[in-house]
Design a protein around this ligand. Structure first.
Ligand code: TTJ
Length: 684
């Protein structure tokens, strides 16, 4: 660092001409933040952290950093610290200012200082630190280098003072520390970081970068209101909570939030596969892992089959999830299809007279991670999420083919078990195809015949229509009485529905409840899926507010997610939210949908001894009129829309957005805006 330049640099003078350019650049980011981070809602807020962390991950990939620490501070600023070489502090000759200042104040300046290795232009849009700076109320950077500590501060992207030395440190200590506070005039929806959201993404980053330690800390105080006055209501709430813990094991929500998480995976994506298969039964012990580099594409693949029937293959480019796949995924699929067929033929597991195994057969029960690092990724397709580089296809294909062929030769027992599973899958697929062709021919001949149990609505315009999938015949009966016949259809389901994770296609197609839903929805499934044929705008799952109800919802969501995921992605799937409590006083009735709301109501009406509080255990405890008032009347009900987070698809998380009745009631504020439903696909 050139001292002279530093001391003669002032905001008014040396920054003159450059400053205008710089300000224009960052001003554009503040004017149109969505263009740079996609959204200014919660997701965009969290992207700020990833953008910063990506820089440290780059340093780790270059081999100079092995620990990154992320802290959510009191007041919702975030600090990211790494032990890399530290952002260069010397003058960047092109810009005439310290390189670190270029990084934070010039748009798209990230990646210009790469010291070899793969530059992972990070985050969703790869726009870097200057965008975070532009969208922060303030940002401070500290660099530990050559025994000195350098510091600079920015406010809304503007330099507060030239980079300065603020102290000394041990010579060996190097690294970068960045703290920023997101601008609440930009992130108007929320500026509160969600520990779990950051945790999931940081875990993914750690899986994808073997040997890198990532630590996440939450230094915020807990905001649990302490209420000492109202012992009566507290006692009731305690009892209700104890009750619920017992019967629903929903205790997780009541546990103290974890304040620290640490991720370190020496085996990288190999451990990612182990993590994804944690609650499954693997077909064999080994996790296959192949690694190599070809045509400047660095390829890593890990996989293991489990005894389920679903494919869970996740692909990444430069540590970014590619839910729509692309050339890297095609290379992987092609390689395993070809290699397993070759092996099955040469080992005589597949007779000459038998047809080839399809890719689908081989991928039945396959959990895999395909991760490539590439210097100049090209994204294609409507959403620009599909990798287009053809060299990625050939690199993955040849590395996997070569190493897998060798592995299968060395491990005949594993090779045989995979081939045998694939052959069973092939037969089931053939049986399922025949069954499906039969139903197709039938429907073509006889027209669509709706399931007998369905009480359909009279309105024929799907836009106005909704279908309630109701647990149990008795609740189904009440719902049929309660409904608004014109627009609400009712389909009662009996008992627990089939877990599609644990059944082959032929068995799934034979299941009565599943057939009933498929015909009622009208869209068909998988390749036949056609959303224009959807018969209802809203598909509403209505189950008891207990552990069995939650289980049934999970099974239903699993079915929809696996067979018609578009319904979730397009926002057609909802959960009804029945009330938890009914409160009666002087012949008046209140319903509470949460413990907080019950508390509020009690505060309003007074906590007298004669309050009658009933805790609903199931839909069956309500008569038709109550069911209508509380759960089905579009004016008054609460619906949770099921959302699907594409970016974190390896976690299979479904989140819910609360939708209130058209009539805006005071209860709105009581209800949690976002509930999270962690979909445990291994529920039995
Ligand atoms: C680049 O090549 C020359 C030596 O320094 C390399 C570098 O910039 N390393 C680096 C940057 N390590 N960590 C960062 C970094 C860390 C944070 C938290 C934020 C930003 C923008 C960069």
């Amino acid at each position: 660092m050139n001292k002279e330049t530093m001391s003669s640099t002032t905001v008014e003078h040396e920054y003159g001409a450059d400053e205008i350019q710089i300000l224009e650049g960052l001003e554009a980011v503040r004017k149109r933040p969505g263009m740079y981070i996609g959204t200014t809602a919660s997701r965009g807020l969290h992207h700020l952290v990833y953008e910063i962390v990506d820089n440290s991950v780059d340093e780790a990939l270059a081999g100079y950093c092995d620990t990154i620490e992320v802290t959510i501070n009191e007041g919702n600023s975030v600090t990211v610290v790494d032990n890399g070489r530290g952002i260069p502090v010397g003058i960047n000759h092109k810009a005439g200012i310290p390189a670190v200042e270029v990084v934070f104040t010039i748009l798209h300046a990230g990646g210009k200082f790469g010291g070899g290795g793969y530059k992972v232009s990070g985050g969703l849009h790869g726009v870097g630190a200057s965008v975070v700076n532009a969208l922060s109320n303030w940002l401070e950077v500290e660099i530990y280098q050559d025994g000195k500590i350098y510091k600079q501060r920015y406010e809304r992207g503007n330099v507060c003072y030239p980079l300065k030395e603020v102290g000394t440190c041990e010579l060996e200590k190097t690294g970068t520390r960045v703290t920023f506070l997101p601008d609440d005039t930009i992130f108007t929806e929320t500026t509160v970081f969600d520990f779990d959201v950051l945790k999931r993404r940081l875990r993914e980053m750690a899986f994808l970068t073997k040997g890198l330690r990532i630590i996440l800390k939450d230094d915020r105080q807990d905001e649990i209101p302490v209420d000492t006055e109202n012992s009566q209501i507290n006692e009731l709430l305690r009892r209700a909570e104890a009750d619920r813990m017992e019967e629903t094991a929903a205790g997780a929500a009541l546990e103290k939030k974890p304040k620290r998480a640490e991720f370190y995976y020496e085996g990288g994506i190999k451990q990612f596969v182990a993590y994804l298969n944690k609650s499954k039964t693997p077909l064999y012990e080994n996790i296959l892992y192949f690694e190599g580099e070809k045509n400047h594409v660095y390829v890593e693949v890990a996989f293991q089959h489990n005894d389920s029937y679903n494919e869970s293959v996740f692909s990444f480019v430069n540590n970014i999830n590619t839910p729509e796949g692309g050339t890297h995924l095609m290379g992987f699929r092609n390689a395993i299809t070809k290699t397993f067929n070759d092996y099955a033929r040469s080992a005589k597991l597949l007779k000459d007279s038998e047809p080839n195994l399809s890719g689908e057969d081989i991928r039945e029960g396959l959990t895999a991670i395909v991760s490539v690092k590439i210097e100049d990724p090209q994204f294609e397709g409507q959403t620009k999420q599909k990798l287009g580089n053809s060299e990625a296809r050939s690199a993955v294909d040849s590395i996997v083919s070569e190493q897998l062929t060798y592995f299968l030769e060395q491990n005949p027992a594993i090779a045989k078990s995979i081939c045998e599973k694939s052959i069973l899958a092939q037969r089931a697929r053939e049986a399922a195809r025949k069954a499906r062709d039969l139903t197709r021919r039938k429907t073509a001949l006889e027209g669509l015949s709706l399931p007998g149990k369905l009480a359909d609505c009279s309105d024929k315009d799907p836009k106005n229509c909704e279908i309630y999938i109701v647990e149990g015949d008795s609740a189904g009966g009440s719902a049929k009485t309660a409904r608004s016949r014109a627009t609400q259809a009712i389909l009662p389901l009996r008992g627990k529905i089939l877990n599609v994770e644990k059944a082959r296609l032929d068995k799934i197609y034979a299941n009565a409840e599943i057939k009933a839903m498929i015909t009622a929805f009208g869209t068909g499934i998988h390749d036949d899926f056609d959303i224009t044929k959807l018969r209802y705008n809203k598909i509403i799952l209505m189950t008891d507010a207990d552990v069995d109800g939650a289980h049934i919802s999970t099974l239903l969501l699993t079915f929809i997610y696996r067979f018609m995921p578009e319904l979730i992605k397009e926002g057609h799937v909802y959960l009804a939210k029945p009330p938890l409590y009914k409160l009666e006083k002087n012949k008046k009735i209140w319903y509470a949908y949460s413990d907080d709301e019950l508390d509020r109501i009690l505060q309003e009406v007074g906590r007298d001894q004669n309050n009658k509080i009933q805790r609903y255990k199931g839909l069956g405890e309500m008569d038709a009129e109550q069911l209508w008032e509380t759960t089905m009347d579009p004016e008054r009900r609460i619906l949770l829309r099921v959302n699907y987070d594409q970016e974190m698809e390896s976690e299979l998380d479904l989140t819910f957005t609360t939708l209130m009745g058209d009539k805006v009631e005071p209860r709105r504020e009581f209800i949690e805006e976002n509930a999270k439903f962690v979909k445990n696909l291994d529920i039995t």
